[in-house]
Design a protein around this ligand. Structure first.
Ligand code: GLU
Length: 449
């Protein structure tokens, strides 16, 4: 596709419902990608004409969600711009003026206090960037009644203000969900009546549950606001959202935003509905966390640790711990449990792990003696690193005629209180000799007690 000649201006125009749905987040993302690809402008406009739902909190859900995903807008709330205000609730004077123009053109009539637009009753052709050419027959008022622009109470109807704002804000591409496809011919009629050139339209396929049902706001994973707390990294979720209806030709799943921006084309958006697959998003998240550089990982980790009341002596000591838990964690919210054992003197023990690996079924004495043997081998070490720890453990196991695992499990539970965690030798290296030995002593007592 050739580069559009006028500067690209896209917009995300959510209504503040109190929730940013993944479908809305994907709409925002595709608009953002398209604007970035064409060095254009991405506008955020809040469609808050429904005053009952128009709360500060509901607007914050949207701006927070976009911030979290890293979708910065060039014009809009908190930012300003030449075509503001960017809240519909503050644009009444503009709507009045446009209504006056339609009135002058003889396009309006009153109906029980409401103001309605007289459809020219024609066939409307839409050349959609994704769906292709669609012809809508609006000649029958029975199936396509005239639309209302303003209610008797003076409030505005979506169709009208949406079109006015897209004209006023010089939007060149309206990229939105397919649920709006049936509105588009009515919108095109309005553009024409206002003497304005309609923008390019691109209607994206719907996002459905895997069973084909429509995704509701209660479905797991539907609300973007649940992802940060659940421990997803924004870059992983953003990557996942890209794949809802689009994919690079080579079917890569993990793809950098700069590659998406380079490869993205509206006419390659899939016309079939996209199936939402939280398991895939979860998998991607694990991949991202594993491959993430340590500084970024630490930045994402800190809020989770702070919230859990964990403190660490130095940034370096925190990084050291995060480096060894990083390859294993799938969700950041699991971090406190994994990290706490490194920064506490009061280890809390998982009773099930203690019962299984320290006490066993009447194996307590065995576990205790193994830990004791291991303590002695470790005490004698002159270097405290992964290689020496591993060699010492294996040597001790051989001496005792035990399998490596029979020493690893009690050692892990004794040193961390848990049966899952980072690699044992890495963990012991970071814990240090003194703490390891004192925890082994406690473990011995627990095994016998
Ligand atoms: N406020 C509308 C919505 O949230 C905007 C539709 C559009 O993008 O034109 O569905």
């Amino acid at each position: 596709m050739s580069q559009p000649s006028v500067p690209v201006r896209t917009r995300f125009a959510p209504s503040p419902t109190g929730l940013l749905h993944v479908g809305g987040a994907r709409t925002a993302l595709f608009n953002w990608i398209y604007a970035r690809k064409h060095a254009g402008t991405f506008v955020l406009r809040i469609e808050d004409t429904d005053h009952s739902r128009n709360t500060e909190e509901a607007k914050k859900v949207i701006t927070d969600g976009l911030h979290w995903l890293g979708l910065d807008w060039d014009e809009g709330p908190l930012k300003g711009g030449s075509y503001g205000p960017y809240y519909q609730s503050e644009r009444t004077a503009i709507y009045e003026e446009y209504l006056g123009r339609l009135e002058k053109g003889g396009h309006l009539y009153e109906d029980n206090g409401a103001i309605r637009f007289r459809s020219p009753r024609e066939k409307v052709v839409l050349q959609d960037e994704i769906c292709g050419r669609i012809e809508f027959d609006l000649t029958n008022p029975g199936t396509h009644p005239d639309i209302t622009l303003r209610r008797p109470d003076g409030s505005w109807i979506f169709h009208f203000v949406n079109v006015v704002d897209d004209i006023e804000m010089k939007i060149t591409h309206v990229i939105r969900g397919e649920d709006h496809l049936s509105n588009t011919p009515k919108h095109i009629e309005l553009y024409k009546a206002l003497g304005a050139e309609p923008p390019r339209f691109a209607h994206m396929p719907l996002i459905l549950n895997r069973d084909g049902s429509k995704m509701s706001k209660r479905d797991e994973g539907a609300a973007l606001g649940t992802y940060p707390e659940a421990g997803y990294a924004p870059e992983a979720v953003r990557n996942y959202l890209c794949l809802l209806g689009w994919s690079p030709k080579d079917n890569r799943e993990m793809i950098s935003m700069s590659d998406v921006i380079a490869l993205f084309e509206l006419n390659q958006v899939n016309r079939r509905n996209a199936a939402f697959d939280l398991a895939k998003c979860f998998w991607l998240n694990g991949q991202y966390l594993m491959q993430m550089d340590l500084a970024r990982y630490t930045e994402l980790a800190i809020p989770f640790l702070e919230k859990a009341g964990i403190t660490w002596p130095t940034y370096e000591s925190l990084e050291q711990v995060l480096a060894i838990v990083k390859p294993k964690l799938k969700l950041l919210k699991e971090l406190p449990e994994w990290v706490a054992p490194f920064f506490t003197e009061e280890l809390s023990y998982d009773e099930a792990a203690v019962a299984k690996s320290l006490k066993g079924s009447d194996q307590g004495a065995t576990a205790a003696s193994r830990l004791k043997a291991l303590s002695e081998a470790f005490k004698a070490l002159t270097t405290w690193d992964v290689a020496s720890l591993e060699a010492a453990l294996k040597e001790t196991a051989a001496k005792l005629g035990a399998k490596t695992g029979e020493l690893v499990h009690p050692a892990r539970v004794a040193s961390s209180g848990r049966s899952v965690g980072p690699g044992l030798y890495e963990m012991l290296e970071v814990l240090g000799k003194e703490r390891t030995l004192s925890r082994f002593a406690t473990g011995e007592a627990k095994a016998l007690g």
